[in-house]
Ligand binder design. Sequence first.
Ligand code: ZN
Length: 162
Amino acid sequence: MSELNELYQQLILEHNKSPRNFKKIEHASHYAEGFNPLCGDHYEVWLTLDGDRIADIGFQGSGCAISKSSASMMTTSVKGSTVAEAERLFEKFHQVVTGKWSVDENIEELGCLGALTGVAEFPSRIKCATLAWHALHDALKNSHAAVSTEVLTKKGENINGQ
Ligand code: ZN
């Protein structure tokens, strides 16, 4: 298990250093912005749909290593898949990182996203790991509004106690 953790850590650092699909898409059909004020993560997500398939996806912005590598892995995981597949993967990823579903039972389907499931033990980082996914979800609804994890925070626990 420690070997796997080491591999996962390297994967996170690598995606953080060289994020995939780190680009703005001109004339994107869908767009959304995501903020995580608790950590200062801020990303924009663009995508182009071809029918119900995600033909292209890109993101830009800045934030911690978890949020950036998660955004990078999100783009590689959903590029080429259908909207329904992307939403199902988000649901799976979300349930695992929030500790509702077991990692072991879902690890195969999660692929490289498994690298981020360790955040389940660190509630303040869950928002970092899911931010880009919330933005994707929002973009797919074609709303051009910004999403903020503040909304999630109000429903959940007050992490920094302020
Ligand atoms: Zn963060």
